[in-house]
Design a protein around this ligand. Structure first.
Ligand code: HDD
Length: 681
C-alpha cells in the first residue's frame, strides 16, 4: 500500500500481489458476476418461499457458514505484527546462517504474540505464559523461532504435552474456567508432575501478567545448535530483550483490565505502531562449546532449566523493530503457521525430548487448522525466495506447476529440481553421533526439579516474592480439593519453606512439615527490579475541569510529550475544556471510559466545583492508582486531593509549586514506574 512505500521490504512487496481493495468497487459474486440486488433473496412471490435457484444467496450464505477455522489448540488468542531484523555483529564464527552474518541486511519478520490457555475471544491480561513466535523471511527460506516470554517449560518430554494441556484448559464437564489455571485439574497435574516446579514459579510471578507485549522478554527455551561453515557446532539459547525493559501489571489491575479492556495488549501494540512508537527487541545468544556440554551441573537438554546469565552472558547480536500492523487479522495473524522445523543452514536441533516432539506437532496441527498440506502457499506463510520440489496437489493448491515431471530421480527434466550441496546452500543436518538402546525412560540427569525453582525464588526482590505468594494463594483458593492443595504445599516446600508456609496459611492448608532447599545461589538478571526503566510510551492520565491553570498544564503537557510520554485528558465531558489565560485543551475521556488501570500514572490538576459524581470518581481513580503503586502528581488545586486521600508525601507521590522541578520529579517517578515499597514506608 502507498503509505508503506517508504519502508517496503521483500515480504511487504510480496504481500502486495495478494492485497485487494474493495472500496469504491462494483459488487460481484465470487465468479465476477455483477450483482444487481443484495438485500432480498429470490422468492416465489414477495411473501413466498426462497428458491433453491438463488445462486447468489447460496454462495453468500455458504461462504459465511464456512468462515471459521479451528482455533489453535493452544495459543488460540494472539496478535501479529510485521517488522524487520538487523544484525549488529557478524556471527559467522558460529553459524553459516546468512541472516546472522550480514549486518547490512534487513530481514523481514512477522511476530505473533499470544496467550497459551484461553480461547480466541479470551482476555489479554490473564495470568499465563505469553507466546513470542517470530518468522524470519530470510534469503535462505523461512526460519521460525517459536518461543515464549518464560525461558523454561512445564514438562521435559513432549509426550506429556496433551496431558498438560488437558489439565490447564477449562475442565471438560462444564468448560470452566476460561483462560485460567486457578482450578483443580491444573494443580493436580502440577503436584503429580513435579518437573513443572520451575515453570510454576515463573507462572506465579509477575512475568505471567506483562504490562505490554512490548515489555516482555522472549526465549527460544530449548538448547539449539549453531553450526558454522566448517561444520563446527556450538550450543545456543536464544533471547529477545525489549528495549523498554521487562514490566508487569499487578494482579488486581490485570483482573480489572480483563473486563474493562479485554483487548488491552492488542490495543497497546496496535496503537504503539500506529503512533510510530515501534517496539524494539534485541536478539541475544548464550553460547556454549560442545565440549562444555556437561559443565553446567544440569542437563542442557532439559527444557526446565535456564543457563543463568551471570554464568553464561547473553551476547546481544542484533535488533528487531516491529513497524507495521497487519492489513487483515484473519489473512495474516490467524493463518500464519509456525513450525520449529522451519530452519536455515547453520541452525540445528538438539536431542531435547521436548524439542523433538514439537518438531512433529507444529506441522501436524497446521494440516488440520489450515485444511491441508498447501498452507505454505498462503501469503503470510510464503518464503520470500521461490520454492521448487515435486510435491503436488492437495486441497487449495495455488501453484500451477508446469511440465510432466513430478518425481526424483528423472531424466525428462534433467533430474531437476536438483538437490543442492551444502557448500552451495543446501541444508545438511549436523552429524551428531547417536548411540543407545531403544528405551522409554527419563535420563537421570533430568531428575533435579527444584534447584532452579529455588534459584528463581532467591533472585526475587521482596515485592516480587510477595506477589508470588499472593498468586499461589489466589490460584489455590480456587481449588476445591483439599488433598490437591496440600500436595501443592508439600511440593513447594522443596523450593522454599517460607513460600510454602505463607501460602499454606492463606489457603487453609497445613504448613509443610518438612522441606527447604540447600540452594543459596541467585541470579540478579531474573528480577524485574533490575530491568531497564523507560518513560517512553507510558500513559499519564491528566484530570482537570473548566478553569484549570492554563500555563501550568500547557507546560506539563509539553514536557511529558517531549519525553515520549503519552498524556490523555479526563474531564467532565469529552471535547474542549477551557483553562486560565486562554488555554484550551481537548479531553479524550470522561470517567465513563477512563479507568485508572488503563494508565501508568496520574497528574491531578483539579476537580469540579459543581459535579459531585466527577469528584467522587476522581478520588476513586487516584486511590486505585495509588493502590497499584503508580506515580501520582499534583499541582495547585490538585494537591488538596492527595491530602484528602491521605497520600501526600508517600513514595512516588509528587507535588510542588516550582513547575520545572515538579515536572522533572514527576517524569523521574513515571520512569520508576511502580513504588512497591509504598506500603512499607
Ligand atoms: Fe507450542 C503453538 C510455544 C511446547 C505444540 N507453541 C505454539 C505457539 C507458541 C508456542 C508461541 C503459537 C504459535 C503461533 O503464534 O501461531 N510451545 C511453545 C514453547 C514450548 C511449546 C515455547 C516449549 C518450549 N508446543 C509445545 C509442545 C508441543 C507444542 C511440547 C507439542 C508436543 N504449540 C504446539 C501446537 C501449536 C503450538 C499444538 C498450536 C498452534 C500451532 O502449534 O500452530 O502445535
Amino acid at each position: 500500500m502507498d503509505e508503506h512505500n517508504d519502508r517496503k521490504n521483500s515480504k511487504d512487496e510480496q504481500l502486495d500481489i495478494f492485497r485487494t481493495d474493495d472500496r469504491g468497487k462494483e459488487l460481484t459474486t465470487n465468479q465476477g458476476l455483477k450483482v444487481s440486488e443484495d438485500e432480498f433473496s429470490l422468492k416465489a412471490g414477495v411473501r413466498g418461499p426462497t428458491l433453491l435457484e438463488d445462486f447468489h444467496f447460496r454462495e453468500k450464505l455458504t461462504h459465511f457458514d464456512h468462515e471459521r477455522i479451528p482455533e489453535r489448540v493452544v495459543h488460540a488468542r494472539g496478535f501479529g505484527v510485521h517488522g524487520e531484523f538487523q544484525l549488529y555483529k557478524n556471527m559467522e564464527k558460529y553459524t553459516r546462517a546468512k541472516f546472522l552474518q550480514d549486518t547490512s541486511r534487513k530481514t523481514p519478520v512477522f511476530v505473533r504474540f499470544s496467550t497459551v490457555n484461553g480461547s480466541r475471544g479470551s482476555a489479554d491480561t490473564v495470568r499465563d505464559a505469553r507466546g513470542f513466535a517470530t518468522k524470519f523471511y530470510t534469503e535462505e527460506g523461512n526460519y521460525d523461532l517459536v518461543g515464549n516470554n518464560i525461558p523454561v517449560f512445564f514438562i521435559q518430554d513432549a509426550i506429556k504435552f496433551p496431558d498438560l494441556v488437558h489439565a490447564f484448559k477449562p475442565e471438560p464437564d462444564n468448560d470452566i474456567p476460561q483462560a485460567s489455571t486457578a482450578h483443580d485439574t491444573f494443580w493436580d497435574f502440577v503436584a503429580n508432575n513435579q518437573e513443572s516446579a520451575h515453570m510454576i514459579m515463573w507462572i506465579m510471578s509477575d512475568r505471567a501478567i506483562p504490562r505490554s507485549f512490548r515489555m516482555m522478554e522472549g526465549f527460544g527455551v530449548h538448547t539449539f545448535r549453531l553450526v558454522n561453515e566448517e561444520g563446527k557446532a556450538h550450543f545456543v539459547k536464544f533471547h529477545w530483550k525489549p528495549l523498554l525493559g521487562t514490566h508487569s501489571l499487578v494482579w488486581d489491575e490485570a483482573r480489572k483490565l480483563a473486563g474493562i479492556d479485554p483487548d488491552f495488549h492488542r490495543n497497546d501494540l496496535w496503537g504503539a505502531i500506529e503512533n510510530g512508537f515501534f517496539p524494539e527487541f534485541e536478539l541475544g545468544v548464550q553460547i556454549l562449546a560442545e565440549e562444555d556440554e556437561f559443565s553446567l551441573g544440569f542437563d542442557i537438554l532439559d527444557a526446565t532449566k535456564i543457563w543463568p546469565e551471570e554464568d553464561i552472558p547473553v551476547n546481544i547480536i542484533g535488533k528487531m523493530t516491529l513497524n507495521r500492523n497487519v492489513d487483515n487479522f484473519f489473512a495474516e495473524t490467524e493463518q500464519v503457521a509456525f513450525h520449529l522445523g522451519n530452519v536455515v543452514p547453520g541452525i540445528d536441533f538438539t536431542n531435547d525430548p521436548l524439542l523433538q516432539g514439537r518438531l512433529f506437532s507444529y506441522l501436524d496441527t497446521q494440516l488440520l487448522r489450515l485444511g491441508g498440506p498447501n498452507f505454505h502457499e498462503i501469503p503470510i506463510n510464503r518464503p520470500v525466495v521461490p520454492f521448487h520440489n515435486n510435491q503436488r496437489e492437495g486441497f487449495h493448491r495455488q501453484t500451477i506447476n508446469l511440465g510432466k515431471v513430478s518425481y526424483h530421480r528423472n531424466s525428462l527434466a534433467g533430474n531437476t529440481p536438483s538437490p543442492v550441496s551444502p557448500d552451495k546452500g543446501g541444508y545438511a543436518t549436523y552429524q551428531e553421533r547417536v548411540d543407545g538402546v531403544k528405551i522409554r525412560a527419563r535420563s537421570e540427569s533430568f531428575a533435579d526439579h527444584f534447584s532452579q525453582a529455588t534459584l528463581f525464588w532467591n533472585s526475587m526482590s521482596p515485592p516480587e516474592k510477595m506477589h508470588i505468594i499472593e498468586a499461589f494463594s489466589f490460584e489455590l483458593s480456587k481449588v476445591k480439593s483439599e488433598s490437591v492443595k496440600q500436595q501443592v504445599v508439600d511440593m513447594f516446600a522443596n523450593v522454599d519453606m517460607e513460600l510454602a508456609t505463607a501460602f499454606a496459611i492463606n489457603i487453609g492448608a497445613h504448613p509443610p512439615a518438612r522441606g527447604g532447599s540447600a540452594v543459596t545461589k541467585s541470579s540478579p538478571a531474573l528480577s524485574q527490579e533490575n530491568t531497564v526503566k523507560s518513560v517512553q510510551t507510558r500513559k499519564v492520565a491528566i484530570i482537570l475541569t473548566e478553569g484549570f491553570n492554563g500555563p501550568e498544564v500547557n507546560y506539563v503537557l509539553y514536557r511529558l510529550i517531549n519525553e515520549g510520554i503519552i498524556p490523555e485528558i479526563i474531564s467532565e465531558h469529552i471535547g474542549m475544556v477551557h483553562g486560565t489565560e486562554g488555554v484550551v485543551v481537548k479531553a479524550e475521556h470522561t470517567f465513563l471510559t477512563a479507568k485508572s488501570v488503563l494508565f501508568d500514572a496520574v497528574y491531578m490538576v483539579r476537580g469540579s466545583n459543581t459535579n459531585v459524581m466527577f469528584n467522587k470518581d476522581a478520588a476513586y481513580f487516584i486511590d486505585e492508582a495509588y493502590s497499584h503503586y503508580k506515580p501520582i502528581g499534583a499541582t495547585g488545586a490538585g494537591i488538596e486531593w492527595l491530602r484528602v486521600n491521605q497520600i501526600l508525601g508517600q513514595p512516588g507521590v509528587i507535588t510542588g509549586t516550582d513547575m520545572q522541578e515538579f515536572v522533572t520529579q514527576f517524569i523521574e517517578a513515571v520512569a520508576a514506574q511502580r513504588f512497591w515499597y509504598r506500603e512499607l514506608a
